[in-house]
Write a protein that binds this ligand. Structure first.
Ligand code: MLT
Length: 333
């Protein structure tokens, strides 16, 4: 009798396993039904700035691959930490993306006490673009090159206003690096993004910005503001007349402002893979590459467009920048 009962239990278990196996073959995996509704891409800065512009170009092209709208939502404040926190706290289901950069996903970890772990509470999706910073001023600053600008800033120690996107933003930590190298103090003026900061620079309300080249370049080309140098080893094809910092006499000011896309920790791997493939397709699109090139944005090589490459790069940048930022003892909160 006992033997019969054991055999019956074993047979029942085998049938259950077989049914589960057949069912899983026909039950669509999460990724097979993803996405089934609009996706939100959180931009941690104001509309009209470089991160916002990058997000909208990517979102528009990713929609073609994914077949669902990607809504760009600007969640601003505190150098981008408000927006990134919102993304970190979102459901790990692939419907919330976090776009950001060296400032929001590296520097802020050294400047703020964050309510999350910058490296471990987000999963990487892809590196998307990078550009150097560009030192720009309002037109009526009495300097015609970087050496004269530095002399003018020193002669007005503590009075020259420098627009930023908040403590820890790209424009802010680049400004700190700049003032440390030239041995003087700037008066940082925080905005909710360097889009609004640039409007005030054009209007002459602030004096300078150490800005993402992609943000300032159109205004430089229109003659509305003046460019002094870019923080790169070579000139931008889109701005052949703007010298490198080395040519302009400040070779140490080397900054590459790279941007990436992340999702909340625990987002299903096959969903991350779908998002990554949509980004890779966008970055390969000639129309996207042309728009990026026009404003000095470089697309990473395909071999660097996978999630692991973003994770490696972010960790390397933490090692590179955190000691300098902590030594500067600049705190966001
Ligand atoms: C920055 O300075 O961090 C960014 O340029 C801000 C922005 O994208 O608006």
């Amino acid at each position: 009798m006992k033997k019969f009962r054991v055999a019956a239990i074993a047979l029942t278990a085998l049938i259950a396993i077989a049914v589960a196996g057949i069912a899983s073959h026909f039950t669509p995996s999460f990724a097979q039904t993803y996405p089934s509704k609009p996706i939100t891409m959180i931009v941690p800065f104001a509309a009209g700035g470089p991160t916002d512009a990058l997000a909208r170009v990517l979102a528009d092209r990713m929609r073609q691959t994914l077949g669902e709208t990607i809504l760009v939502e600007n969640v601003t404040g505190a150098g981008g930490t408000i927006g990134v926190t919102r993304a970190v706290k979102s459901a790990p289901d692939g419907y919330t993306l976090s776009i950001g950069h060296l400032g929001t996903h590296v520097i802020n970890g050294a400047m703020y006490t964050l309510p999350f772990d910058l490296i471990n509470d987000l999963d990487p999706v892809a590196l998307v673009a990078s550009n150097p910073m560009m030192i720009v001023s309002k037109n009526d600053v009495p300097a015609k090159n970087l050496k004269e600008l530095i002399a003018w800033i020193k002669a007005n120690d503590g009075k020259v206003t420098a627009g930023t996107a908040g403590v820890g933003s790209g424009a802010h930590f680049s400004g700190i690096f700049f003032e440390q190298l030239i041995g003087t103090h700037l008066q940082f003026v925080p905005y909710r993004g360097t889009g609004p900061a640039l409007l005030d620079l054009v209007a002459g309300q602030i004096d300078i910005i150490v800005d993402q080249a992609s943000n300032s370049l159109p205004q430089v080309q229109a003659g509305k503001i003046r460019a002094y140098a870019i923080t790169d080893q070579k000139r931008l094809a889109a701005a052949p007349d703007v010298p490198t910092v080395a040519e302009a006499g400040l070779p140490e000011l080397q900054i590459e402002l790279w941007s990436g896309v992340w999702v909340p920790k625990g987002t299903p791997k096959d969903v991350v893979a779908r998002l990554n493939s949509a980004i890779v397709e966008a970055l390969a699109d000639p129309a996207v590459k042309k728009r990026f090139a026009e404003v000095g944005l470089d697309v990473p090589p395909v071999a660097q467009q996978n999630p692991e490459a973003l994770a490696r790069h972010q960790q390397a940048e933490v090692k590179k920048w955190w000691p300098m930022i902590k030594a500067a003892n600049v705190k966001g909160n």
